[in-house]
Design a protein around this ligand. Sequence first.
Ligand SMILES: *Cc1c(COP(=O)(O)O)cnc(C)c1O
Length: 356
Amino acid sequence: MSAVLEIDLEAIVENWRALAARHSAPTAGVIKADAYGLGAAQVAPKLLAAGCEHFFTAHLHEALAVRPLLPGVLLAVLNGIEPGEAAAFSEQNITPVLGSLREIALWRAEAARRARVLPAIVHIDTGMARLGLSAPELAALREDAALLAGLRVDYVMTHLVSADTPESALNPRQAAAFFAAARQFPGAKTSFANSSGLFLGPAFRSDLARPGAALYGLNPTPGRENPMRRAVRLTAPILQIHEVPPGGTVGYGGSWTAARPSRIATLGVGYADGYHRSLSNRATARFDGNPVPLVGRVSMDLTTFDVTDTPAMPGDLLELIGPGHAADALGAEAGTNGYEILTSLGRRYRRRYLGA
Ligand SMILES: *Cc1c(COP(=O)(O)O)cnc(C)c1O
């Protein structure tokens, strides 16, 4: 028996449809990091069948892996192009998101080499300071049209810094800077909102939204009720139950001591499975819908829960992520967010795809 990770593809498709309806404009599927850990090979064809025609990965190799599953639709690489990658991009018709003059030069050289016009997305930095053209680089493009020779800029895009904080002054500031800079590329469409950006209102609408997290059921409106359908359930069977007397300790370092006669359930899930060690003495699981606390340290392959107040028996299931305890909530217990929980989900779980 082993832990089972259930991934609901129908929920992911329904979430995409709901986000596209909310945007009332084209809406992409962001499938980087193996579709946030849930399986790009399973997720991408479902989104395609539902009508999604634009996909983003972070790396070229991620795009190459899904290209055969996504024929004929826009497939773009957010992290852009590196030396040596141009031929693979153009051969597979994968669009680089160009975020520097250096990347533009690499892609322009490929267009010249092939004597072809190549599609491009231009990333404009409006405050993240990670990727994207700076103001001086935008000025350089204005002054010298030849820098984009052989390239067709299909979209200009930027990325929101604080989309999950609707009251942040950064949001309208980025919108103003982005749509002003976009005017420099008159033939190009715009791409702006991520998941949370879709909930910020009409000023954040563009020609192509780029949600990721909300597709996979994470809450795009933190602090408010989650409007998305949950897509992940992780359960694990109890391997053993130990009777621990008052004063007895549990796990490495003896970081938890029983204050009463306790029943301690051991699960075969640990930090090697992405069940973070920072959850030690902090997380909760669910038995029959009721919370049971994690006690002691999370170890590599095992975790222990106090089931004293339940009738749980060896072989019974505890729910680690699910309806009663979303990935967002587990992320909060781990001192991180739901994104990191999903993208850390281990390779040792038995995966079951619903709606495959
Ligand atoms: C990851 C990413 C997205 C998707 O963001 P979510 O918050 O998961 O919706 C969109 N755009 C860019 C540039 C990204 O890196």
